[in-house]
Design a protein around this ligand. Structure first.
Ligand code: GLN
Length: 547
């Protein structure tokens, strides 16, 4: 096999930035001309994060092929600039689900089904799945990030599968990178390596010797500390690196490069790699350092206490900011606290207002109030998914005079369901009619993944995309109800993006406003630091003009 595997495990505690580290290393290897992909293995029992509360798990990242995945896949796409697919992530739940289905199907021929070898074989199958396909698409390097922390009970089968794969494929083809924490103790005035030693000991007890240790710390640790870690953890002296705290996450690839991290990986794995071409990353960091202005954007949502819930959107706004040479200050405003009386005060000093996606009625009336405020006061407004649904409800109620306009999601008995549950639609990907048979089955009843959309000329959407055919990713159950299209159009709403058969309304705008646009899809999933998403780019440009 020509593909080489890099495993990234985490020690000591969670949230050390394994995803960012894996993505940054991937970016560096890609810049050396290698074909790189990254896979996330999550040890939780949910089959996918689709049904998980964003408060617990953060954003659900959606791929083109409609997989609901971990938010780390968003990092991978943003750093690698290549789309991920359902093969780029799996969970313990999915692995067990597959194994149990096979068992029910009689595939194990009466054998006793066990963690080793059946679960571990299934995990290895998932790891190897990315090496299948036509030769030109097979990656040179697959980075596999194992979620959780070494020592977690549920992570054990994944680590065992990783150990087995390495002994099957050989040491030349697999590299283990262990990310740990090296805290600085102020009182003692020194860095502490003990947590790292313990974490490596934990790995050794299950037969895994790390090849490289990546130490998360405030600053680059002194050489003698690296020597100490190498001695105690039995890794080469030049194989201890640091992942320092940074203000700007896009600086991580260059930091890694400066320390020689990717070079070491290339040597240890004997990769046939060229010199890294880091110009785009250097330019990006340079652009970040030269903002010409600064603006405030209000994000009116429900999950304001957990920024991870809007991860891709947050990043897309940063990308649009750097593209426009503006520092974008994000002000998360809790929609549940917005009332008619205080909306002006809550959204004061914001040059743009964004209502992101979401589920459920809680906080919706506050969002609608914020949208009315943006519309009436000509403040640039961007609505995403639920944000678009709220925008059309607001317009129907306050402009078209349909006072009880609602969404079926919030008011199932409403006489004027402007947004409703579509029972069937034509899927341009499978070329067949998709039927939604059971709206109560919470997994798998959504319109998910990339769908084509045609963009109408002479609209804000077309100004942004400069294209009449686009593809964007969806994740929702409800749709705009075409029964109300004419009346809204008569009142000045513009439907600027539609499905190719004109059945699904994908983008709306209003005339007589500097920039008021809302879309049913999630453009944030396709934004990239080097290539800001057109809608975010134009929204930020409009907000700058509004300063
Ligand atoms: N709750 C809405 C729906 O299901 C919007 C979903 C979203 O914003 N992602 O249609």
């Amino acid at each position: 096999m020509k593909t080489k595997f890099i495993f990234v495990t985490g020690g000591v505690l969670s949230s050390l930035g394994k995803g960012l580290a894996a993505a940054s290393l991937g970016a560096l290897l890609k810049s050396r001309g290698l074909k790189v992909t990254i896979q996330k293995l999550d040890p939780y029992i949910n089959v996918d994060p689709g049904t998980m509360n964003p408060f617990q798990h953060g954003e659900v990242f959606v791929t083109d092929d409609g997989a609901e995945t971990d938010l780390d896949l968003g990092h991978y796409e943003r750093y690698l600039g290549v789309p991920m697919s359902k093969f780029n992530s799996t969970s313990a739940g999915r692995i067990y689900y597959n194994v149990i289905n096979k068992e029910r199907h009689g595939d194990y021929l009466g054998g006793t089904v066990q963690v080793i070898p059946h679960i571990t074989d299934e995990i290895k199958r998932a790891m190897l799945s990315l090496t299948e396909g036509p030769k030109e698409t097979v990656p040179d390097v697959i980075i596999i990030e194992i979620g959780g922390t070494v020592g977690d009970i549920e992570g054990l089968p994944f680590l065992e599968a990783m150990r087995q794969l390495r002994s099957e494929l050989g040491r030349d083809n697999c590299l283990n990178i262990h990310l740990t924490l090296v805290p600085y103790l102020k009182a003692a005035g020194e860095y502490k390596t003990k947590p790292t030693q313990h974490s490596v000991k934990e790995l050794l007890s299950i037969g895994i010797q790390p090849d490289i240790i990546l130490c998360r710390c405030d600053e680059t640790i002194p050489l003698e500390m690296k020597r100490k870690i190498s001695l105690f953890c039995n890794v080469e002296e030049g194989a201890v690196f640091t992942s320092v705290d940074v203000d700007n996450v896009y600086a991580v690839p260059l930091k890694f490069y400066e320390e020689g991290f990717d070079q070491k990986v290339v040597v240890m794995l004997r990769l046939n790699a060229g010199n890294p071409k880091l110009e785009p990353w250097r330019k990006l960091i340079d652009d970040f350092s030269r903002p010409k202005t600064s603006i405030n954007i209000a994000i009116v949502g429900k999950y304001v206490d957990l920024k991870e819930a809007y991860k891709s959107m947050h990043e897309a706004l940063i990308h649009a900011g750097v593209h426009n040479f503006a520092t974008v200050n994000l002000r998360y405003v809790n929609s549940e606290e917005i009332k008619k009386e205080n909306v002006a005060e809550q959204l004061a000093d914001c040059q743009g207002i964004l209502v992101p996606g979401g589920f459920g009625y809680r906080g919706v009336e506050g969002k609608i109030e914020a949208i009315r405020f943006a519309r009436e006061n000509k403040i640039p407004f961007f609505g995403i998914c639920l944000g678009m649904q709220c925008a059309v409800i607001e317009f129907a109620r306050n402009v078209a005079g349909i006072k009880d306009a609602h969404s079926e999601e919030f008011e199932p008995t409403s006489a004027n369901k402007i947004i409703y549950l579509m029972k069937e639609w034509f899927d341009f990907r499978s070329n067949k009619i998709e039927v939604r048979d059971d709206a109560c089955n919470k997994g798998g009843t959504m319109r998910l993944g990339a769908y084509p959309c045609k963009v109408i000329e002479n609209t804000k959407a077309h100004e942004a995309y400069k294209n009449t055919e686009i593809s964007e990713r969806h994740r929702h159950r409800y749709e705009f109800n075409n029964k109300f299209k004419q009346v809204l159009e008569d009142n000045g709403m513009i439907f600027s993006g539609l499905s190719p058969d004109d059945e699904l309304m994908e983008i709306v705008e209003i005339a007589d406003h500097p920039w008021f646009l809302a879309c049913q899809f999630h453009p944030e999933f396709k934004s990239n630091p080097m290539n800001a998403h057109p809608l975010f780019r134009e929204f930020i440009a409009a907000a700058i003009k509004n300063k």
